[in-house]
Ligand binder design. Structure first.
Ligand code: GDP
Length: 450
């Protein structure tokens, strides 16, 4: 189906009871359709007007604010209408149904953003950022996504692509002067320019471990024997954010997971206390922790309310997974000053008094930074496996070029093929070529109306 020719409509806001909702319509017929159903019509594009929507029979459906945009000056690059209507279960859906009856069709997930990409309003990396903004669960991921939408990462990648083309241009002199021993550009200069691009790719790639963790949130699993205070610690670390705790959907129902932050790092804190399956072999080790979560843990908080229980859980966790472990001595309010001075290998915390909570967060942040690199939210970051693989592949091609060029193993024109390929990989990464399958994969994760 040539879907891009259609005019599409959807509710852009989440369903449910709400004061307001937004209905969007994009495509060449959107102004004609909307102006038939909405009155009064705004005087000019981008001017909001209080207006009433009626169905084709003239029966009023709702009243709200209408703004229209003329192609190409809109989010999608097409004629676009946005109607801010009343929220709730009925009005937004009725408006979309009316628009569809008048000639629009319901939009697929992510279709507005897809059109923005196809019309050159956003590149692929920016489109990913649109998705990340809607999914962001932490201030850090929001900030990184916003910078990405602003084009920070795309600019870095485009600059790398330009540098590779420069190297290719230098190498082309050599191709044009094959009969000379040395072309007009010293081979060393070409090599050092290529190596410089590799160094720049490496520098960008070093942001991937932190960037991917920021986007996904670090999985921090709380483990310990029953009653050592795991759930209390979970709640205390979440503080007022407790409200967003959700039981993990799915079959296992073996953990509570909630998103919070530690020293700026977004973390998904996991508490499995009381929810384990009694048949789980982990239970034989006398600790409560979900095996499935341990397998995915970026780090573990091993909790104990005595030196013995702490040593026990730390040993058990070490047997079960390779993730770094922070030892946490719980119920610190019950420690005597003498006991306290004996706790040297663990962070002491009291869920009761709040003492030590900042130290636990600090220890988590410190562990994550030492694993993934420092948090540098203002510089462009690589946030997806897709980005990382593309950078690695482009770097591999340039390294091949360097090798072939240096050894003079093949004619210059053959060596330069690797540079061409590296350029193509980066173009695909930003979305200037071959984007269709990546688009389909990306937008299948979007919601309708985005
Ligand atoms: P879990 O089974 O490991 O999740 O442990 P809970 O969080 O349910 O706590 C077990 C018991 O220890 C409860 O009676 C809590 O009130 C108590 N407890 C938990 N944390 C603290 C603490 O920091 N100080 C004190 N004094 N008691 C605590």
């Amino acid at each position: 189906m040539d879907s891009s020719a259609d005019t599409i409509a959807a509710v852009a806001t989440a369903p449910g009871r709400a004061a307001l909702a937004i209905v969007r319509m994009s495509g060449s017929r959107s102004l004609a359709i909307a102006s038939r159903l909405v009155a009064p019509w705004p005087d000019a594009p981008r001017r909001t007007r209080l207006a009433r929507v009626s169905d084709e029979g003239g029966v009023a459906i709702d009243e709200g604010l209408l703004t229209y945009y003329e192609a190409p000056a809109s989010f999608t690059g097409e004629d676009l209408v946005e109607f801010t209507c009343h929220g709730g279960p009925l009005a937004p859906g009725l408006i979309v149904a009316t628009l569809v009856a008048a000639g629009a069709r319901p939009a697929e997930p992510g279709e507005f953003t897809r059109r923005a990409v196809l019309n050159g309003k956003l590149d692929l990396i920016q489109a990913e950022a649109v998705g990340d903004l809607a999914d962001a669960m932490s201030r850090a991921s929001l900030r990184v996504a916003l910078a990405q939408l602003d084009g920070g990462l795309s600019r870095r990648i485009n600059a790398l692509r330009d540098r590779i083309i420069e190297v290719e241009a230098l190498a082309a002199y050599d191709i044009d002067f094959p009969e000379e021993d040395d072309g007009p550009v010293a081979p060393e200069r070409i090599l050092s320019a290529a190596r410089d691009v590799i160094a720049q790719i490496n520098a960008l790639a070093t942001t991937a471990p932190a960037g991917e963790l920021i986007r996904e949130g670090a999985c921090v699993v709380i483990a310990g024997a029953p009653n050592v205070g795991k759930s209390s610690l979970f709640n205390a670390m979440l503080g007022r954010q407790r409200a967003i705790v959700t039981e993990i959907p799915g079959t296992t129902r073996d953990a509570l997971e909630a998103v919070t932050e530690a020293g700026g790092w977004p973390i998904r804190l996991v508490d499995t206390a009381g929810l384990r399956e009694s048949t789980d072999p982990v239970e034989k080790l006398g600790i409560e922790v979900s095996r499935s979560y341990l397998g995915r843990a970026d780090m573990v908080l091993a909790c104990g309310d005595s030196a013995e229980s702490l040593a026990h859980v730390a040993a058990a966790v070490a047997m079960l997974c390779n993730a770094p472990v922070v030892r946490v001595r719980t119920k610190a309010d019950l420690l005597t000053p003498a006991d306290r001075s004996n706790v040297t290998d663990a962070v002491s915390v009291s869920a009761e008094s709040g003492e030590g909570l900042a130290d636990v967060a600090g220890a988590v942040a410190c562990t994550l930074s030492s694993m993934r690199g420092m948090l540098q939210l203002d510089a462009p970051m690589v946030t997806r496996e897709r980005h990382r693989y593309a950078l690695r592949a482009a770097r591999g091609e340039i390294a091949e070029f360097v090798e072939v060029w240096e050894a003079r193993r093949a004619p210059s024109v053959v060596a330069a093929v690797h540079l061409r390929e590296a350029t193509r990989i980066l173009e695909e990464l930003v979305g200037s070529v071959d984007v269709e399958d990546v688009l389909s994969k990306l937008f299948s994760t979007f919601c309708v109306g985005k």
